[in-house]
Design a protein around this ligand. Structure first.
Ligand SMILES: NC(=O)c1ccc[n+]([C@@H]2O[C@H](COP(=O)([O-])OP(=O)(O)OC[C@H]3O[C@@H](n4cnc5c(N)ncnc54)[C@H](OP(=O)(O)O)[C@@H]3O)[C@@H](O)[C@H]2O)c1
Length: 400
């Protein structure tokens, strides 16, 4: 069986080489081999790589990018969990029944048929978990370009913009991995922190954050701890986490108290609580809601890392409120102006970067097998919160 599979693969390889030589010789067209990591939409546990080819003869305004690296956190798994409802499968369509999970990362232009985009330029943005992305550009500035490929036109513009890293001094070889991992998450935390302050913390004395070890929660805890210190606020920041991650959460130094999911009963239910929920675990929600009851003054639903436990037997006494980050961002952009908004995020971001560099350990995952393993671990909650995971499918090609 194994031998016959190898024979078939060998035959496929010979056919590919013959076809590629034929195209090059007779039509002067070369093919670029590419790979997509696809997952089954109705069963995320099933994933497969799909091979495809791009011709080096691009249509007008098309540009082919080779994806150098992308970050991978539970946020990407959540894209898959809510892919259908939130349109995440629409960014990078693939075979019927399968989807490609989007990821933030960096890519280099390898072929350009647009006069204002040059081979070798490097762009940061929203990429498929793939080796390549073909874009169609109609709007280039020194800051970057917008992918105007037909199927992306109706999707939120923020995801279609690609930043030219040469023109943005925050991108350096040292920072670009941290930017891919944290920046998309940090903006949400910045907006939650700002919203809580605007609402005077709903007059609560306790802010409890679930999945306290997650990267988005880390950013929020950092911002709240900073705000608390600056303004001498009487707030107790509680990190709720799994037993195995207690020590990690404690040593971050931003939470005042760290407790595990099985110790919820220890909370002082006489105090007023704000809950920021990144876990989405039904039973945790049930316990918090029943214990805190009327003293749960704001229950903010942001994440679904515990996607296999979103349902439970006990119906929840009350629903929480989904935090819709784009609405809050829009409101602040109107009030502060777009550049004022960006400036405030920029200052907070820099402070966070300085703080996080000593706690994170960057792990690079190269090639198909390492991506498959990381995906399966991430899906099943086997993640070490101190790791920042970066994936590259192209470095493998260069390595072998
Ligand atoms: N709505 C928005 O705008 C927005 C923006 C950013 C992020 N988010 C959401 O926030 C959540 C956190 O994302 P992230 O990328 O920051 O996560 P992350 O850093 O990868 O989170 C890792 C942590 O999540 C928990 N966890 C991970 N997988 C799990 C699983 N399968 N079952 C149970 N627990 C699991 C564990 O924390 P504990 O042991 O501490 O529980 C783990 O240490 C995601 O759901 C993401 O989509 C939402």
């Amino acid at each position: 069986m194994f031998t016959s599979n190898m024979q078939v693969q060998g035959l496929q390889l010979i056919i590919k080489i013959l076809l590629s030589t034929f195209s090059k010789t007779y039509f002067n067209v070369a093919n670029i081999n590419a790979l997509d990591f696809t997952v089954k939409i109705d069963n995320l546990q099933r994933a497969k790589f799909v091979e495809k080819t791009y011709s080096d003869k691009l249509l007008s305004s098309q540009v082919l990018l080779e994806i150098d690296q992308f970050s991978f956190t539970s946020n990407n798994i959540t894209y898959g969990v809510v892919g259908e409802q939130m349109n995440y499968w629409k960014f990078f369509p693939t075979q019927s029944g399968y989807g490609i999970i989007p990821a933030w990362g960096l890519a280099n232009v390898v072929i350009s048929n647009h006069p204002d985009v040059q081979v070798g330029q490097r762009f940061y943005g929203y990429y498929p978990m793939s080796s390549h992305l073909l874009v169609t550009i109609n709007n280039v500035s020194s800051k970057g370009f917008v992918d105007n490929t037909e199927h992306r036109q109706a999707l939120p513009p923020i995801y279609n913009f690609y930043t030219n890293t040469e023109q943005d001094p925050t991108f350096t070889p040292e920072t670009e991995k941290l930017i891919s991992i944290f920046r998309p998450l940090f903006v949400t935390s910045f907006l939650i922190d700002d919203h809580l302050e605007e609402q005077n913390f709903y007059k609560a004395s306790q802010i409890l954050i679930t999945s306290a070890s997650s990267k988005t929660a880390q950013a929020l805890a950092f911002l709240l701890a900073h705000r608390k210190k600056e303004n001498a606020l009487n707030l107790n920041l509680v990190g709720l986490t799994s037993k195995k991650n207690m020590e990690f959460v404690r040593q971050l130094g931003w939470y005042d108290q760290t407790i595990s999911y099985d110790s919820i009963a220890q909370l002082n239910s006489n105090e007023k609580f704000v809950v920021i929920d990144f876990a989405g675990n039904h039973n945790t929600q049930f316990q918090l809601q029943t214990l805190l009851n009327k003293n749960l003054v704001y229950n903010c639903l942001v994440g679904l890392v515990d996607w296999q436990n979103l349902e439970g037997e006990n119906s929840l006494p009350k629903k929480g409120e989904f935090f819709f980050a784009p609405a809050h961002a829009e409101k602040r952009q109107k009030e502060w102006g777009v550049s004022g908004f960006q400036q405030k995020i920029g200052i907070a971001w820099q402070e966070f970067m300085d703080a996080i560099q000593s706690t994170i350990s960057i792990k690079e995952h190269i090639g198909v097998q390492e991506l498959e393993k990381l995906y399966s671990d991430m899906l099943n909650g086997k993640v070490d919160p101190k790791n920042g995971n970066i994936v590259s499918l192209n470095k493998m090609n260069k390595r072998s």
